[in-house]
Design a protein around this ligand. Structure first.
Ligand code: PMP
Length: 338
């Protein structure tokens, strides 16, 4: 017999896939670590399991307890899967810009979801951070995982994502490209890879409306950089403890429009259906292509699956309402003009 003891043993060991058409004018070899093969269809399964195992080992959560987390969906999905297997109740706070699909998926796995307003400061009692903290204080035997500052997050990637990439590229990786939200993925993966070869360049992908790039370049936390944006999962209005700025060589900002368009291009040209931030990572790499040579081996780590965005970036009406498809004519519009 050949089987896993539970679905949790299927986390990690995701495939590395070469990109072809979309990188036709990039001189380097461009590989993608396709994290959608995790059971929750995102990379966050890795850190969710690690945070839960560490919380159990530290006695922060006990059998029958309640997992509390503020999550844009993917961490919640990972925690909901692990929680279901291990028998924990899950309560997640999320914000009202997240796709409905993500919220419905969390509920499908048995979690309770509290939707909080997006456009309030982190300190506001209605913010998804504050609500998670309050619930954790009021519910007995509950633990707020706080993926932003919980360093088990980046440790998960140091222990699994980094070594997998090193092994799958036979140590030939020269550039790592990763979207940055909590910073766990880039910091843990980047640290492991730089320990193997300090010459590896680590490029973080940021959004317009986020503080990371300016902070990295000037050391200044500039509130003027903060404004609402549409891209999900990357960029922040806080500096999470999981972001290790010393590991990151450069932050590249990508617009909401380009992130969406390049996710669609990845689906159509590579047959890989991915989330919004994967499009941002792709667009960010293409913005940087002049810095690459034929000897370079780039690895883009993507975060989640496109199924969570069918009502958004893969929906033409949604795209057009935001002016993201202004150069694309639809067959039905051309026929209507007759
Ligand atoms: N993309 C998506 C879709 C995500 O959910 C996240 C997690 N917030 C990220 C990118 C960024 O990953 P990390 O939190 O590890 O920086």
């Amino acid at each position: 017999m050949n089987f896993k003891q539970s679905i949790l043993e299927t986390i990690g060991n995701t495939p590395m896939v070469r990109l072809n058409r979309i990188v036709a004018d990039v001189p380097a070899t461009v590989l993608m670590k396709v994290e959608t093969f995790n059971p929750g269809h995102s990379i966050k399964d890795r850190m969710a399991l690690k945070m839960l195992e560490d919380a159990e080992a530290n006695g922060d959560i006990k059998p029958g307890g309640t997992i509390i987390e503020c999550t844009s969906g993917n961490t919640g999905m990972g925690l909901a899967i692990a929680g279901a297997v291990k028998g924990y109740r899950c309560i997640f706070t999320t914000n009202d810009k997240q796709s409905k699909e993500k919220i419905d998926l969390l509920k499908a796995l048995g979690a309770e979801v509290v939707v909080c307003p997006t456009n309030v400061t982190p300190e506001d009692p209605r913010s998804y951070y504050s609500v998670a903290e309050r619930l954790s204080k009021e519910i007995p035997n509950s633990f707020w995982f706080n993926q932003y500052d919980n360093l088990s997050n980046r440790q998960a990637h140091y222990e699994s994502t980094g070594p997998e990439i090193w092994e799958q590229t036979g140590g030939k990786i020269t550039h790592l490209v990763v979207g940055v939200g909590t910073g766990g993925t880039i910091s843990g993966t980047g640290k492991y890879l730089k320990e193997q070869n300090p010459d590896i360049k680590v490029w973080g992908i940021d959004t317009y409306g986020s503080v990371f790039k300016k902070y990295h370049e000037t050391g200044e936390f500039d509130e003027k950089e903060i404004y609402p944006y549409i891209t999900e999962g990357i960029g922040e209005d806080i500096l999470p403890k999981n972001v290790d700025f010393s590991i990151i060589d450069h932050f590249e900002k990508v617009t909401d429009k380009d992130g969406a368009l390049y996710a669609r291009k990845l689906a159509r040209e590579e047959g890989i259906l991915l989330g919004y931030s994967a499009g941002s990572a792709m667009a960010g790499l293409l913005q940087m292509k002049d810095q690459l040579t034929a000897d370079d081996v780039v690895v883009i780590v993507i975060h989640d699956h496109g199924s969570r965005y069918v009502g958004k970036i893969y929906n033409d009406d949604w795209m057009r309402e935001r002016g993201f498809l202004d150069t694309e004519l639809r067959v039905k519009d051309i026929l209507a003009k007759k």
